[in-house]
Design a protein around this ligand. Structure first.
Ligand SMILES: [Zn+2]
Length: 500
């Protein structure tokens, strides 16, 4: 297709709709190259990652630094960060009467793609159970529920570029019965229809948005009605899919293969990202980036990896713990060869000083660097796919680097109210921390459940995915499923409410 013809095709689409072009792929469950375009926004070449925001920003990174120092063309924003004391009080974001209020509210650059979902990735399991109409949330002031209609109305008001339909997933529940799974499928369909209906009734000239349909983390036959209806009468209304379990990607109906795939299956290491990419996932949020930053860990890997020195037997670490005493007087860049702002302007000794002094700048610099490493990683992945050397490069990467990120040793920044409490905070620093460990079967079930996933791994996927590592069940420091004590089950009874 000539560039001119492509422009024509773009211009025929409503200006608010994204276009996804599959540039290269070899099969249904194979890695692929794509391009997401939307008028007025920077084009995203996939595989790629979106900035995983907290209250509208990438943690530690102000919007001017986002613009200057992070090459990110899109961000993911969860609505639960903003609804606060709804419905007793109208959240401030809905009182902001300008075009594209969410973008303006969080001062997001005009050309950055804005993806809105209901819940964070990964979400904190909410003790407020989902109902036929409502989904449980964990807001900044406690657990709440939100109706699907409210979500649809919020989307209309906030005008994101892409909205992810709400999925009925009982996060944190280790064993979900068949009846409950039927419900998941029914409710998810209903809730998706609410979004579509809202979009169909927009006034003329009102800004529209693209819809990503959630694909549930349950077997295909248990969500078959939903998928059938999706294909029958919703497929023309959706522009992408949001996948909660990569193990089940081969269940995705063929008719949905042309759509971009956003992964809500949180990877815990670059290896797991590569496995998901090798199965054809396009977009990621990469929660381990901010986790590593908070732990004072500077990511240190490239894809494809450097040529392996055969005399060196040990695999290289994926990240450098800036709390380690070795760096106390090290006036070298955080990561050799990195050209990011932090590496070109500062050195490890200064970074360690900042962390020890609890200076916010420490985490700012690490976050900038970690995002630069991740951007370069995805650049490398796309170049490798282009050159058709991906499989060999993945093998080389696995041979070169350790399988998991290093364990956290130092203290992180102040934990925000809606973040997990971590067991690690109470522990004394270990003298020789193990690089990684395997959790027991119960712990694995619990962790999978926190991501909404059920013990339903299909035998035929075993050849593609080697172990629980895809979920990050190996080696990462894991949070306990314990909500912040200040968060209240019944948000309606907060003191401030009484005064209002
Ligand atoms: Zn750097």
């Amino acid at each position: 297709m000539s560039p001119g013809a492509e422009e024509n095709k773009l211009s025929q689409l409503p200006p608010e709709m994204i276009e996804f072009a599959l540039l290269k792929t070899t099969g249904a469950l194979a890695p692929r190259l794509g391009r997401i375009s939307l008028a007025g926004r920077k084009t995203i070449l996939t595989p790629a990652f979106l900035g995983n925001t907290s209250r509208g920003i990438i943690p530690h990174v102000s919007q001017d630094n986002l613009r200057k120092s992070i090459a990110l063309n899109g961000v993911y924003v969860p609505l639960e960060d903003f609804v606060e004391k709804h419905p007793q009080q109208i959240p401030p974001i809905f009182q902001y009467d300008v075009p594209e209020p969410l973008r303006k509210f969080i001062a997001l650059p005009e050309d950055t793609l804005l993806v809105l979902g209901a819940r964070r990735n990964p979400p904190i399991p909410s003790p407020v159970a989902n109902t036929n109409t409502d989904v449980g949330l964990s807001t900044s002031v406690g657990f709440k529920s939100m109706s699907s209609e409210y979500y649809a109305a919020a989307v209309r008001k906030l005008q994101p570029d892409i909205v992810v339909g709400v999925a009925d997933i009982p996060f944190g529940q280790e064993s979900v019965g068949t009846k409950r799974k039927d419900k998941m499928s029914d409710r998810t369909e209903l809730w998706l229809r609410d979004i579509i209906a809202r979009k169909d009734t927009l006034d003329k000239g009102e800004k529209s948005w693209s819809i990503f349909a959630p694909i549930l983390p349950i077997e295909r036959d248990l969500q078959s009605w939903y998928l059938e209806h999706l294909l029958e009468d919703m497929v023309d209304k959706i522009s992408g899919v949001a996948i909660y379990d990569t193990y089940l990607l081969d269940d995705l109906p063929d008719q949905l293969h042309h759509l971009p795939r956003l992964s809500f299956h949180a990877p815990a290491s670059p290896h797991e990202l590569l496995r998901q990419i090798s199965l054809g996932m396009d977009l990621f949020t990469v929660p381990f980036l901010a986790e590593a930053t908070d732990a004072g860990i500077v990511l240190d890997f490239t894809f494809p990896p450097p040529t392996k020195d055969e005399s060196a037997s040990a695999r290289r670490i994926l990240g450098i713990d800036m709390w380690h005493q070795d760096h106390a007087a090290a006036v070298i860049p955080l990561s050799e060869g990195c050209t990011c702002y932090a590496c070109t302007k500062h050195h490890r000794a200064y970074l360690q000083h900042l962390l020890a002094a609890k200076e916010m700048l420490g985490w700012v610099l690490i976050q900038l660097h970690n995002h630069a490493i991740m951007a370069a990683f995805f650049d490398g992945v796309r170049a490798s796919l282009e050159a058709a050397t991906f499989d060999a490069d993945v093998s080389a990467f696995e041979a070169y680097y350790e399988p998991a990120l290093p364990e956290k040793t130092g203290q992180g920044p102040r934990i925000r109210g809606y973040q997990f409490k971590s067991e690690e905070h109470a522990k004394k620093e270990k003298k020789n921390p193990k690089a990684y460990k395997r959790f027991d079967a119960d712990k694995i079930l619990e962790l999978k459940a926190a991501h909404g996933q059920q013990p339903n791994r299909k035998p035929e996927m075993r050849g593609v995915i080697d172990d629980e590592a895809l979920l990050g069940l190996v080696g990462m420091e894991q949070p306990t499923i314990e909500a912040d004590p200040s968060a209240q089950l019944d948000g309606l009874k907060l003191d401030d409410d009484a005064k209002a």
